[in-house]
Design a protein around this ligand. Structure first.
Ligand code: SF4
Length: 392
């Protein structure tokens, strides 16, 4: 089990190294996919390796002159990686357009890598509009054709069905880990959970799924170490929070029982229909996902992230919420005041932690997390029956 977790950690730390090795071994194409809405199933069905492009840990240097300093760390890191030649391993990049900053990044990368094939696809942002289904079908049909042209391979419907089944299987195995952790049957640190999801965004799904099956069959059911409070982690769009930050929460006495992080539950919660037309299935998957775990970059009438969070916190029996917000992430910033108000109204402690590519001052943050843990502990002690198992 330790070896499997170590392998996931290795891929999560050096995703482009994994891609290079995969390419050497298979001779296949690697397609970098920008987060957060394009599925990798079509590219996989074309025989390529779809990998979600990740932030790296290097300081932003030569890319800094190409980007506003008020862009989020993920965007600045992407531009820097592109200028450093890190994306040479990618045979194409699939851009989405879910935030204004990402559009700017796409332009810079296009300008600096003029020979890199770019697949630019727009998915509609109003998910319950009358025209959304037909529009989304059209986007996936276009992507299907573009991938066939790029790879020189005809993508058969049967291959897409096989790909969808494999990806669903991978997601369901990770959800099983989430279930076991939520119910307290296993001890799985937030760092390890992130490594599992992040490596799933990168690795060949068949390889990753085989490792997950081994991991699940060898899991020893053991109650989590006694810590003081159960917490839910929320936010952090597009990229992974630094593992040291997750360790800090646990070192301060938090047990992370659930999350809606992109490099977490948000990536694996929804499956794609395995029957019928794959284009219809992909479109339905995209249009209905936000109804289960709302995304701040998408709009659905009457759907609020704060209500989802209140319900999710109650269902996971978390006693407090930690919001991880990437600095300058506008979509997330727009939602925060409503989340804050809702949690204050319901008397559920929450802590906002702003993250940066350059890192977070862990010592001063530790003081805030210690205070948060104390507040959560006191509230839980004052009203244990009301909070635990409460439905909102
Ligand atoms: S983290 Fe936020 S600001 Fe950055 S690309 Fe994602 S949605 Fe946009």
């Amino acid at each position: 089990m330790e070896n499997i977790l170590a392998r996931f950690a290795q891929v999560a730390a050096r995703p482009l190294d994994y891609a290079k090795q995969w390419k050497q071994e298979t001779g296949g194409r690697v397609i970098g996919i920008f987060p957060m809405h394009f599925p990798g199933e079509l590219a996989y069905a074309a025989g390529a390796l779809p990998m979600v492009v990740q932030e790296d840990d290097e300081p932003v240097t030569i890319g800094q002159s190409q980007v506003f300093s008020f862009y989020c760390g993920y965007n600045r890191s992407l531009i820097d990686q592109a200028l450093r030649g890190e994306f040479d391993v990618l045979d194409a990049i699939l851009f989405g357009d879910h935030c204004v900053q990402l559009l700017g990044t796409a332009d810079v990368i296009r300008a600096h890598l003029p020979t890199k094939p770019i697949l630019f696809n727009q998915l509609c942002s109003i998910l319950d509009a009358d025209w959304a289904m037909e529009e989304t079908r059209g986007t996936f049909r276009q992507l299907w054709t573009e991938l066939e042209t790029l790879t020189g391979t005809k993508i058969e419907e049967a291959s897409v069905h096989t790909s969808i089944r494999l990806f669903n299987c991978n997601r369901s195995l990770i959800r099983r880990l989430y279930d076991l952790r939520r119910t307290g049957e296993i001890e799985l640190s937030a760092r390890n959970m992130q490594h599992i999801v992040k490596s799933s965004m990168v690795m060949d799904k068949a390889q990753h799924t085989a490792l997950l099956e081994q991991l699940l069959s060898g899991l020893v059911h053991a109650a989590p170490k006694a810590r003081t409070v159960r917490v839910f982690l929320s936010g952090h769009m597009c990229h992974a929070p630094k593992p040291a930050l997750l360790d800090l929460f646990e070192d301060c006495g938090c047990t992370v029982v659930d999350d809606d992080l992109y490099t977490g539950f948000r990536f694996i919660f929804a499956d794609i229909d395995e029957t019928g037309s794959p284009v219809d299935a992909l479109a339905s998957w995209y249009l209905t996902r936000s109804q289960k775990v709302p995304c701040p970059t998408r709009a659905v009438k009457g759907l609020d992230w704060e209500q989802y969070l209140l319900d999710a916190v109650a269902q996971s029996r978390a006693q407090g919420l930690i919001i991880l917000m990437a600095k300058f992430c506008e979509p997330h910033m727009f939602f925060y005041p409503e989340i804050k108000e809702a949690f204050e109204k319901h008397g559920i402690p929450h802590l906002l932690v702003e993250t940066e590519h350059e890192g977070v001052a862990l010592e001063s943050l530790k003081t805030r997390v210690d205070a948060f843990v104390e507040v959560v502990g006191r509230r839980a002690a004052a009203a244990p029956v009301a909070r635990i198992g409460a439905t909102v």
